[in-house]
Design a protein around this ligand. Structure first.
Ligand SMILES: [Cu+2]
Length: 269
């Protein structure tokens, strides 16, 4: 392969990387952002898209070149040449992916460290999941609810527990997703907390993202991000946290699809 061919192949890789990246990064993959953590996560995704586009370009260009360059000529019935090893090529295809993967690992580590940094002023919320509903307890305020109300701009620390099977907590606009695992043998070794700082007022959905049974698709709750004064007024109206943890989420008040599903599954049992 001449230097000129190598240069042309490299140029083709750069062009495909740029075109693919520009198209893919335009797409709003994750939807609107509504937390202080969201932007960093979306930027990380964009960087990963660019790296993936480069890998895609290298594969496509080399594949295309091989198909064109080494195609069989008319009338050629012979076998291919027996070739063995190419040190330069092998070093290249080991070193380049290693650098890319290490870069991805270090960058992701930095982002994770940053979005998981705990604010001393954070508010505690205990989240209890069960088939097929959510309950939110505020130990500092002594109240409970089936809706997750939070003051805008303040970090909240969610402690997640399940009363039955594995669920998962997700608010798409916050970009935060964490498994909700039942307590029990080994269960206590799992990190059950996640922090998030909602920074855009509005009503969003808490979605269960772990297939947890027949009512999984209805396992949703509202989350309301509101000014501090509205949050305090709301908290004053809520019920006290029940004594026992096995109080049904559906029976604790509220409503919505989760509670309805709960009644339905109770009737079928
Ligand atoms: Cu679930």
């Amino acid at each position: 392969m001449t230097r000129m061919t190598l240069f042309k192949l490299f140029a083709a890789m750069v062009v495909i990387t740029v075109v693919t990246s520009v198209v893919m990064v335009q797409i709003d993959w994750n939807g609107p952002q509504a937390s202080a953590q969201a932007d960093e996560i979306d930027t990380l995704l964009d960087v990963m898209i660019v790296i993936s586009s480069f890998v895609f370009a290298v594969v496509i260009v080399m594949l295309g070149y091989a198909v064109w360059k080494f195609r069989v000529k008319p009338g050629d019935e012979s076998d291919g040449k027996p070739i063995h090893g190419n040190a330069k090529l092998e070093v290249a295809w080991t070193v380049i992916p290693t650098i890319l993967v290490l870069f991805g690992a270090v960058y992701s580590w930095i982002v994770l460290d940053d979005i998981e940094a705990k604010d001393p002023d954070r508010m505690q919320v205990e989240v209890t999941a069960q088939q097929f509903a959510w309950r939110f307890d505020y130990p500092e305020l002594g109240v409970t609810s089936n809706e997750l109300h939070v003051p805008v701009g303040r970090q909240i620390e969610l402690s997640l527990t399940s009363l039955d099977v594995i669920h998962a907590f997700w608010v798409p606009e916050w970009r935060i997703k964490r498994d909700v695992v039942p307590a029990g043998p080994g269960g206590d070794e799992i990190d059950r907390t996640v922090v998030v700082t909602p920074d855009v007022e509005g009503t969003y959905s808490v979605v269960c993202t772990e297939l947890c049974g027949t009512g999984h698709s209805t396992m949703r709750a509202f989350t309301v991000v509101e000014p501090q004064t509205d949050f305090e007024a709301w908290a004053a109206e809520q019920k006290a946290i029940p004594d026992s943890d096995d109080v049904s989420t559906g029976a604790a008040g509220g409503g919505g699809a989760g509670a309805a599903e709960n009644l339905l599954s109770g009737r079928l049992e």
